[in-house]
Design a protein around this ligand. Structure first.
Ligand SMILES: Cc1cc2nc3c(=O)[nH]c(=O)nc-3n(C[C@H](O)[C@H](O)[C@H](O)COP(=O)(O)OP(=O)(O)OC[C@H]3O[C@@H](n4cnc5c(N)ncnc54)[C@H](O)[C@@H]3O)c2cc1C
Ligand code: FES
Ligand code: FES
Length: 481
């Protein structure tokens, strides 16, 4: 496998299929400036920046190197905190701003912060776009600092754009990345890690190697490697398949390829439904969203996964494909039990199809978690209503955290549909919603809390539909357990 690092093409011969980028950096390349904190995508100490060719340009993403497989950066460019200063040691504006603002104390988290800021610098400052404090908060949402405090770091983020600009020689990087693709032609793939580039090839390999571990962004699988010490004799990486990385839209629907990153998929969803933006920012932190895919979230099928309640409420469909053909089904009917689904051993999830909003759509999504960012839901509720002439013409409701799979609240939908949209209807529906599921008690919330909060959220939605609430529950964290 080959990638661009420090001005050169680096070639690694046959890394183990589960070797991570962080292990390669620290143990093989001895680039120990990149730190290991949690080793599970939660702290951001290991953040590096990757660049890929998009059209004729480079697109930069800050990602967690601890849960990113080394093979997955083939054909990309890589930067760590040790690679951004000038050759004579002059700090990069990101580093200079962190110094100027005294934004580091013990320094353990600082390489990760510097790299999240470097990604922001490349994508915004170098493109002539102003970095706001909000942009900085979003870019740093996956980086934890335990001693300095975030104010000086955020000050550095907004100061970096006022320092003399430093640009990369992108033409050289692009030509080297393109050269990797040319070198690949006619070369046999490594059997233990296959990353086909067309859907036909992918499905053919899936059919002949049903035992291979499917990997997309690796933000779930990476934890199985690091924390459960899983090893895979064969990996099938689907992120290089062009068809799976496309987003298409027409007047009726948005079609999102399964390997589209969460960052890009959420941007596409929020383009049609701007109210979703805050909710999508509450999914993990930016580096996880930059690697993780929408297809991975749906296929993994965690009962506390966040995109599924939303997609169920939006009446999304999924496409499953194999060499035998493809089939389309409602997202909620994909799941058969705890992390079990209808996919046959030769099938893969290839697309998520989301209908465009109707003019009278009223949509709200609530994530209840202990922290604003980088936290898993205790409960997630997504409600889509069509309100016509004061009546609920149609209701669709997706819920997470209340059953073994993400679910549709069919009884509650029935209690709303065809009713006058008023407080009495909502009281009845809230009572139905509280009784519709029997959630478990766990470290995130008790069963009673989950049931209670579901009904409360529906009440909140009613108030919001009346314009009576100043409090945005989109921002609610779980404070009182
Ligand atoms: C720090 C951290 C925070 C997180 N926060 C959240 C959160 O707030 N909300 C949330 O919902 N999740 C969260 N996650 C979980 C994770 O990021 C998501 O589930 C993500 O969408 C998984 O996508 P991926 O591409 O990384 O999947 P991978 O890890 O590559 O794969 C996950 C599973 O899906 C299978 N798979 C992937 N793609 C396909 C496909 N196209 N067809 C068939 N099978 C497939 C894989 O074989 C594997 O079993 C978090 C994870 C971390 C590490
Ligand atoms: S070491 Fe904590 S996110 Fe990677
Ligand atoms: S400077 Fe010590 S953890 Fe951030």
């Amino acid at each position: 496998m080959r990638f661009f690092h420090r001005g050169e093409l680096v070639e690694i011969a046959d890394p183990a299929s589960t070797r991570t980028v962080l292990d390669w950096l620290r143990e093989d390349a001895r680039c120990t400036g990149t730190k290991e904190g949690c080793n599970e995508g939660d702290c951001g100490a290991c953040t590096v920046v990757l660049a890929e060719k998009r059209g004729e340009q480079l697109h930069y993403s800050a990602v967690n190197s601890c849960i990113r497989l080394a093979h997955s950066i083939h054909g990309l460019a890589l930067w760590t905190a040790q690679d951004i200063a000038a050759a004579d040691g002059t700090p990069h504006p990101v580093q200079q701003a962190l110094l100027n603002q005294h934004a580091s104390q013990c320094g353990f988290c600082t390489p990760g912060f510097a790299m999240s800021l470097f990604g922001l610098y490349q994508n915004q400052v170098c493109q002539g776009k102003q970095v706001t404090r909000e942009d900085a908060q979003e870019a740093l949402s996956g980086n934890l600092c335990r001693c300095t405090g975030y104010r000086p770091i955020l000050d550095a983020a907004t100061q970096m754009q006022s320092l003399p600009q430093v640009t990369l020689n992108e033409a050289d990087i692009l030509s080297k990345i393109e050269h990797i693709a040319l070198m690949e032609q006619g070369v046999e793939a490594d059997f233990s890690y296959n990353a086909p580039t067309t859907l036909a090839e992918l499905l053919a390999q899936r059919a002949t190697q049903p035992q291979a571990q499917i990997v997309a962004g690796c933000t779930d699988v990476g934890l199985w490697v690091n924390k459960l010490h899983k090893d895979f004799a064969q990996v099938l990486d689907l992120t290089r398949v062009a068809e799976l990385r496309q987003i298409r839209r027409d007047s009726k629907q948005l079609v999102i390829g399964a390997a589209v990153t969460l960052t890009d998929a959420f941007a596409a969803l929020a383009k049609d439904r701007p109210a979703l933006r805050r909710f999508t920012q509450r999914f993990a932190g930016a580096p996880v969203r930059n690697s993780g895919t929408l297809g991975g979230n749906v296929a993994n099928g965690s009962p506390i996964g966040d995109s599924m309640p939303l997609l169920i409420a939006l009446q999304a469909k999924v496409v499953l494909a194999s060499v035998r053909g493809s089939r389309e089904l409602a997202l909620e009917s994909l799941y058969t039990g705890y992390r079990q689904n209808l996919m046959a051993s030769d099938e893969l999830l290839t697309q998520i199809i989301v209908p465009k909003p109707e003019p009278d759509e009223f949509l709200r999504v609530y994530k209840i978690s202990k922290r604003q960012e980088d936290d898993i839901s205790a409960v997630c509720l997504a409600v889509q209503l069509q309100l016509r002439d004061g009546m609920v013409a149609q209701a669709s409701i997706g819920v997470g955290g209340v059953a073994a799979t993400p679910v549709r609240a069919q009884q509650t939908e029935a209690s709303l549909t065809g009713q006058t949209w008023n407080a009495a209807t909502v009281d009845t529906a809230a009572a139905t919603l509280r009784d519709e599921f029997q959630p478990i008690s766990d470290m995130r919330a008790s069963s009673d809390y989950r049931r209670q909060v579901l009904g409360n959220l529906l009440q909140r939605l009613w108030l919001q539909s009346q314009g009576e609430s100043n409090v945005s529950l989109d921002d609610l964290t779980l404070e009182a357990l």
